[in-house]
Design a protein around this ligand. Structure first.
Ligand code: 4AD
Ligand code: MG
Length: 466
C-alpha cells in the first residue's frame, strides 16, 4: 500500500525510535504494580500492537479493559517477544469506556455467533480481514477496468424489467405498503414512471448493454437483489455484482476479459493484503490458500470446457462409482448443481478455475445468442474451487427479429422490453458481457466458507434485525 495508515502495519525498521500516536481499541489489558501491557488494534491490519506502560502511567490502565477505545502516544521500540515492534507509552487517554458485558472477549467465537452481532464483528480478526480484503478487491476491480479503458456506468437500482426473466424480483412499495402509483395527477412524467410496478434490479446488464452500444466498453458495479428464498452458503438476497459489457465482442472475448480481471484483482490482493491472507490461510485455507491464489493469478490460462463435455465427464464419474460423490444425475439439459460445479473445478481442473461454455438454450436467459446448432447458446460460467459458479456471462442476441422470437418463445412480452429492442434496431452490434458475483469472489479469495461472512450486513431471509 502506498498510504500507510498506522504503525500497526508498517515494517519495523522504518519506525523504531519514532514517537507516534496510536488510536484504536484495546484487545487485552494486563497491569501489575510497576508494569502494564495493552494490546491495541486500530483496524489497519491484522493483529495488534503491544504497548508497554511503566511507572506512574501504569495506574492509568485502571478500569481499562477489552473493547475500550484508547489513544496512546509513545516511542516505538524493538519488540521483546515475537513482535517486531512495541510501543513504550508516554501518555495515555481513555477515549471511550467499554461495559463489562462486551460480547467480544478475547477468545475464538463461532462465525455463527458473530453473525448475531454483525455490528461488532468487524472488530474480530476474521471479519476485519474479510472487510479489508473486500475493500482491496473492490478498488482493484475499478483499477483493472480503468486500465483497460472501460467506463464505469451507474445502472439503476429501481427498475421495471426483469433481466433474468426468473421472476425473483423484490417489488418496491411506498411506505404505507401500497404500490407506488400516480404521485401527481398533473405531472405526466411521474405518471408514466409510477404507473407500472417497480422492482429492485436483479442485474444491471440491460442498462449496461445500452451504454456499451454507445461507449464501447463499460462496466457496472453495484448492489443487485434476488427474492429467492434460499438459505445456502452461496446466496444472498442483496449481493454486489460486477457487470462488464463489451461492444464488438463475442463470448470468448468476454471470457478473456473475465480471466484477466480475476488474475489482476487476485494479484492485487496478494500484494496488498499479505498479512490478512496469511491469517485466512492459516485459519480457514488449510495452508493452501496463498499457493492457490498465486497459481491462479499466474500465467497458466484457466481451463475451458464445453457444457456437453462437462456433462460427459460428470456422467463418467457417476458411472465409475455412483455413491462416491453423491451427485444428482446429469444429462444434456440439466442445470449443473453446486456439487457438479465444484467437482469440475476442484477435481477435474485440479483446484483451478474452469470456464464451462455453450449451455443448453432451454436453461438459460432469453437474451443469450443461439449457437448454430440451435441447441445451445453462447453462454459461459466460470466455476471456482470451493465456491462453484462465480461468473455467468454470454454473447447477447443482436438481431431484432431473433430476439423478439425468443422473447415470445420464453413467455416474455416484447413490449415490456421496447427500449432494449431499440438497441437492435439502431446500429446493433455483436456484444457480450458477464456478471461476477463480488461476494463470492471475496469468499474465494479469503477462503470464507459462508457468503454471509463476506459482506458487512448480509441480507438473507430472516436477517432483518440489522
Ligand atoms: O448468473 P447470473 O444470474 O447472471 C446475470 O445476472 C447476468 N445478467 C450477468 C451478466 O451477464 N451481466 O448472476 C451472475 C453472478 C453469478 O455467477 C453469481 O456469482 C452471482 O452473480 N450471484 C449471486 N451471488 C450471491 N447471491 C445470489 N443470490 C446470487 N445470484 C447470482
Ligand atoms: Mg448464472
Amino acid at each position: 500500500r502506498k498510504k500507510v495508515k498506522s504503525i500497526v502495519e508498517v515494517t519495523p525498521d522504518s519506525v523504531i525510535g519514532e514517537t507516534v500516536t496510536v488510536k484504536g481499541w484495546a484487545r487485552t489489558v494486563r497491569a501489575q504494580k510497576a508494569l502494564g501491557f495493552l494490546e491495541v488494534n486500530d483496524g489497519s491490519s491484522f493483529g495488534g500492537l503491544q504497548v508497554v506502560f511503566e511507572g506512574d502511567l501504569v495506574s492509568s490502565l485502571k478500569g481499562v479493559g477489552t473493547g475500550c477505545a484508547v489513544s496512546i502516544e509513545g516511542e516505538v521500540v524493538k519488540g521483546g517477544g515475537k513482535q517486531p515492534i512495541e510501543l513504550k507509552a508516554s501518555s495515555f487517554e481513555l477515549v471511550g469506556g467499554c461495559e463489562s458485558d462486551y460480547p467480544l472477549q478475547k477468545k475464538r467465537h463461532s462465525l455463527e455467533f458473530l453473525r448475531s452481532i454483525a455490528h461488532l464483528r468487524p472488530r474480530t480478526n476474521t471479519l476485519a480481514a474479510a472487510a479489508r480484503i473486500r475493500s482491496t478487491l473492490a478498488q482493484a476491480v475499478h483499477a483493472f477496468f480503468d486500465e483497460e479503458g472501460f467506463n464505469y456506468v451507474h445502472s439503476p437500482i429501481i427498475t421495471t424489467s426483469d433481466c433474468e426473466g426468473a421472476g425473483e424480483m423484490f417489488r418496491v412499495t411506498s411506505l404505507d405498503g401500497k404500490e407506488l402509483s400516480r404521485s401527481s395527477e398533473k405531472d405526466d412524467f411521474a405518471d408514466d414512471f409510477f404507473a407500472r410496478s417497480a422492482y429492485l434490479t436483479v442485474s444491471g446488464q440491460l442498462s449496461g448493454e445500452a451504454y456499451a452500444c454507445a461507449l464501447g466498453d463499460v462496466y457496472t458495479f453495484g448492489p443487485t437483489f434476488r427474492a429467492e428464498n434460499s438459505q445456502t452458503a452461496r446466496h444472498l438476497a442483496e449481493f454486489w455484482m460486477i457487470e462488464p459489457e463489451i461492444a464488438f465482442a463475442d463470448a470468448s472475448g468476454a471470457m478473456d476479459n473475465a480471466e484477466a480481471m480475476m488474475k489482476f484483482v487476485i494479484k492485487k490482493a496478494l500484494s496488498d493484503c499479505k498479512k490478512d491472507l496469511e491469517f485466512c490461510d492459516k485459519f480457514y485455507g488449510n495452508n493452501e490458500l496463498i499457493d492457490r491464489l498465486t497459481s491462479i493469478s499466474g500465467s497458466e490460462p484457466f481451463l475451458r470446457l464445453s457444457y456437453t463435455d462437462a456433462v460427459s465427464l460428470l456422467q463418467e464419474e457417476i458411472a465409475k462409482d455412483p455413491k462416491k460423490w453423491q451427485f444428482p444425475d446429469v444429462e444434456f439439459g440439466t442445470d449443473l448443481a453446486t456439487e457438479h460445479e465444484r467437482w469440475l473445478a476442484e477435481v477435474h481442473a485440479g483446484g483451478r478455475c474452469v470456464f464451462v461454455y455453450d449451455y443448453p438454450r432451454s436453461i438459460k436467459s432469453f437474451y443469450m445468442r443461439d449457437n448454430d446448432d440451435k441447441q445451445t447458446v453462447a453462454a459461459f460460467d466460470l466455476l471456482a474451487p470451493g465456491v462453484g459458479e462465480l461468473v455467468g456471462g454470454s454473447q447477447r442476441e443482436e438481431s431484432y427479429d431473433r430476439l423478439v422470437a425468443k422473447m415470445t418463445e420464453f413467455g416474455l412480452d416484447p413490449e415490456d422490453y421496447w427500449w432494449y429492442l431499440d438497441l437492435r434496431k439502431y446500429g446493433s452490434v455483436p456484444h457480450a458481457g458477464y456478471g461476477l458475483g463480488f461476494d463470492r469472489l471475496v469468499c474465494y479469495v479469503a477462503a470464507i466458507e459462508n457468503i454471509r461472512d463476506s459482506i458487512p450486513f448480509p441480507r438473507y431471509p430472516g436477517s432483518a434485525q440489522f
